[in-house]
Design a protein around this ligand. Structure first.
Ligand code: TEU
Ligand code: CA
Length: 565
C-alpha cells in the first residue's frame, strides 16, 4: 500500500457551534476554536475537521448552506477563518472543511433563482417535477428527517426533491454545470490553504435514472430512501470526476461519509487512487438500526461492539484505511451507547478508547470524547433542537410509545446528545461561554470537564493523550499504523482483544469490560511457540500479566502489551 502523510496522524472533529464561544453570545465560534488550538496540540491532534461554518439558516445546524463562499456571521468572518488556518498551520495542524453538496439551503441564491424561473438555468440545478393535478407525488420516498421527499417549489406549479429536510433541496449532479460549480468551490477552499474535506452524505448524489415508487414500509405510505440508493448506479463517474478535477490537483485529504456503498465498491472508494483518501467505518453506528425508527433500534453490547470492530477490519484488510470513530455529531455519545449503565466508568471509557483507537486506520476523536462526555437526559420534547430527533419523537409516538418511552428513546439516540457544549470547566456554563449557551449544557459538567482532568494523571483525558502519543511513538508506529490486525479468538464474553503485528513486533490490545477478571489465550508466535512475557505499554491502572501463552486482566482492565518474541 502506498504510504500517505496522513496515515500516522490523529484527527479531531469540532462541532463549532458547541466547542467554544469567544464573544459571549452563547454560540461557539472560530475565535473560540483558535483559542483552543493549543489544547488540541497538547492532545496530539494533527487534523481538525470542522462541521459546517458556512453561511446558513442553520435549519440542520449548518448542513444547509446558503453561501459556500461565506462564513456565517454567528461563527465569525472570513478573516477569522484565514487566521484559524494560519494558526493551525503554525502548530503543524491542518484544517478540514465539511463539503455538503448533496443539497444546499432553500435560501441559497441558486434555489431562489430556480423558484423565479424553474425552466431556466437554475431550475436545472435541482430535481424538479410538475405537480400532478390529482395531487399524486412523483414518488413515495420518505425523507431522512420524516415526511415526503417532495415539496412545492414556492410560487410555481412544480415540486422539488429533498432527501433530507425541506430546507435542504437536493442538487442535481446529473447537470455538468452544477458539478463545475462544486469543483470550483472545492478549489477555492483548497487555495485558502485547508487540508481537504470531510464529505457529507455523498452517497445520495446519485439517483436512479427513472424515479418510481417502492413498497411502503410504514403506515405513512412512504418508503425508506435506501430503496432508491440501492437502485442508483454509476456514482463512480461523479466521484472520479470530483477527485480528478478538484481533489487531486491539490492532493487534498478527503474523508467520505459513506453509509451504503455497494458490495465490492470499497476498493473504488478508498483503494489505490480511490475517490477518497479514507471513509468512516460506520459499522458500530449501523448496528441494530431499524427501518421502523429509533425506538426500534437494538441495544448494542460489548460482544456486538467487538464483532462490528473486527468485521470492519476484516472487510477493509489492506484495501485502504478506514477512519475509526465511536461517535460524531449525528450519534449519541460513544461512552453512553457502547457501555451500558452497569459497566460505564472511567476504566471502561479508557478500555473502549484503547480498543477502537489502536485498530488499523485513522483515529478520529469527537469533541468531548477525550474527557468521556456522556448523553444527556431529555425530559421534554421542547428541549429538542435537532430536526431528526423531533421527527423520531413523532414516529415513536405514532408507533404507540408513551411520551415517557419516546423521551427515553431520544435520551438514548438523539443527535443532540453530542451537541451539548464542550465541558471545559466546572464554572458556570461549563466554561464554554459567559452567557447561556444556545443548547443547555449537560449538568454533569460539574464532574466531567477538561479543567478537572487536565493535570490528573489517571483521568480519561490523560489516557487519551498517552494513547495518541503511543500510536505516534517511533518505536511502535510501524506496527500501529501499518501492522496486521489479528483478532484474539475465543475470549470470554465482554472482552475485546486483538494483536497488531509487523515484522518482529507483536502488540496486544485488550479490554476487559466485565467487573470480574478474565484470562485470554494468545495466538501463537510466528515461530509456533507461545508468548510468555510482555511489557505493558499502556494500561488503566488495573492488573494485566502475560504467562504461558495467556494474558490475565483484572475486571474493567485494559492493556496494551508489547509481547516478547
Ligand atoms: O448525515 C447523513 C446521514 O444520512 C445520517 O447521518 C443520518 O441522516 C442521521 O444520522 C439521522 O439521524 C449528514 C450529516 O452528518 C448530518 O449532520 C446532516 O444532517 C445530514 O448529512 C444532511 O446534511
Ligand atoms: Ca460566539
Amino acid at each position: 500500500m502506498q504510504r500517505k502523510w496522513w496515515h500516522d496522524k490523529v484527527a479531531y472533529q469540532i462541532y463549532p457551534k458547541s466547542f467554544m464561544d469567544s464573544n459571549g453570545d452563547g454560540i461557539g465560534d472560530l475565535q473560540g476554536i483558535i483559542s483552543k488550538l493549543d489544547y488540541l496540540k497538547d492532545l496530539g491532534v494533527d487534523i481538525v475537521w470542522l462541521s459546517p461554518i458556512y453561511q446558513s439558516p442553520l435549519a440542520d445546524e449548518g448542513y444547509d448552506i446558503s453561501d459556500y463562499y461565506a462564513i456565517d456571521p454567528r461563527f465569525g468572518t472570513m478573516e477569522d477563518m484565514e487566521e484559524l488556518i494560519a494558526e493551525a498551520k503554525k502548530r503543524g495542524m491542518t484544517v478540514l472543511m465539511d463539503l455538503v453538496v448533496n443539497h444546499c439551503s432553500d435560501e441559497h441564491e441558486w434555489f431562489q433563482k430556480a423558484c423565479q424561473d424553474p425552466d431556466g438555468k437554475y431550475g436545472k440545478f435541482f430535481y424538479l417535477r410538475d405537480k400532478d393535478p390529482d395531487g399524486k407525488l412523483p414518488t413515495n420516498w420518505r425523507s431522512y428527517f420524516g415526511g415526503s421527499c417532495w415539496e412545492e417549489l414556492p410560487g410555481t406549479d412544480k415540486l422539488y426533491l429533498h432527501v433530507f429536510h425541506k430546507k435542504q433541496p437536493d442538487l442535481n449532479w446529473e447537470n455538468p454545470e452544477l458539478r463545475e460549480e462544486v469543483y470550483k468551490n472545492i478549489r477555492w477552499w483548497m487555495e485558502k490553504g485547508i487540508g481537504g474535506f470531510r464529505i457529507d452524505a455523498i452517497i445520495n448524489i446519485k439517483k436512479p435514472a427513472v424515479f418510481h415508487d417502492y413498497p411502503a414500509d410504514r403506515d405513512d405510505g412512504l418508503c425508506t430512501i435506501h430503496n432508491m440508493l440501492l437502485e442508483a448506479e454509476g456514482i463512480g463517474e461523479f466521484l472520479g470526476e470530483m477527485r480528478d478535477k478538484a481533489f487531486a490537483p491539490y492532493d487534498a485529504f478527503t474523508v467520505g461519509e459513506v453509509f451504503n456503498e455497494k458490495k465490492n465498491e470499497l476498493p473504488l472508494f478508498i483503494g489505490e487512487n480511490g475517490y477518497f483518501s479514507t471513509m468512516f467505518d460506520f459499522s458500530l453506528e449501523l448496528y441494530g438500526r431499524s427501518e421502523k425508527g429509533w425506538f426500534d433500534v437494538k441495544r448494542i453490547d460489548i460482544d456486538a461492539v467487538r464483532d462490528c470492530m473486527f468485521g470492519a477490519q476484516k472487510k477493509i484488510g489492506d484495501i485502504g484505511f478506514y477512519s475509526n470513530i465511536i461517535e460524531n455529531h449525528d450519534e449519541p455519545r460513544g461512552a453512553s451507547r457502547l457501555l451500558s449503565d452497569e459497566i460505564r466508568n472511567d476504566d471502561t471509557k479508557k478500555a473502549l478508547a484503547a480498543v477502537y483507537f489502536l485498530r488499523r486506520g485513522l483515529p478520529f476523536i469527537y469533541q468531548g470524547q477525550e474527557i468521556g462526555m456522556e448523553n444527556k437526559k431529555i425530559r421534554s420534547v421542547d428541549e429538542l433542537d435537532d430536526i431528526s430527533s423531533i421527527d423520531a419523537y413523532k414516529v415513536a409516538r405514532n408507533a404507540g410509545l408513551t411520551e415517557e418511552e419516546a423521551l427515553e428513546t431520544l435520551s438514548f439516540h438523539s443527535r443532540d446528545n453530542a451537541r451539548t457544549p464542550m465541558q471545559w470547566s466546572n464554572q458556570e456554563h461549563a466554561g464554554f461561554s459567559t452567557a447561556a449557551p444556545w443548547m443547555k449544557e449537560n449538568p454533569n459538567y460539574v464532574r466531567i470537564n477538561v479543567q478537572e482532568q487536565q493535570g490528573r494523571e489517571d483521568s480519561v483525558l490523560s489516557f487519551y493523550k498517552k494513547l495518541v502519543a503511543l500510536r505516534k511513538d517511533p518505536l511502535y508506529k510501524e506496527t500501529f499504523v501499518y501492522g496486521d490486525f489479528e483478532p484474539c479468538e475465543g475470549c470470554a464474553s465482554g472482552v475485546i482483544a486483538y494483536l497488531r503485528k509487523s515484522a518482529g513486533q507483536t502488540i496486544l490490545v485488550a479490554g476487559n469490560f466485565n467487573p470480574n477478571g478474565t484470562t485470554l489465550q494468545l495466538p501463537k508466535r510466528a515461530d509456533g511457540e507461545t508468548f510468555t512475557e510482555g511489557t505493558l505499554l499502556l494500561g488503566n491502572g488495573k492488573e494485566a500479566a502475560v504467562a504461558d501463552g495467556c494474558v490475565s486482566i483484572e475486571g474493567f482492565g485494559c492493556a496494551v502489551i508489547l509481547l516478547k518474541e
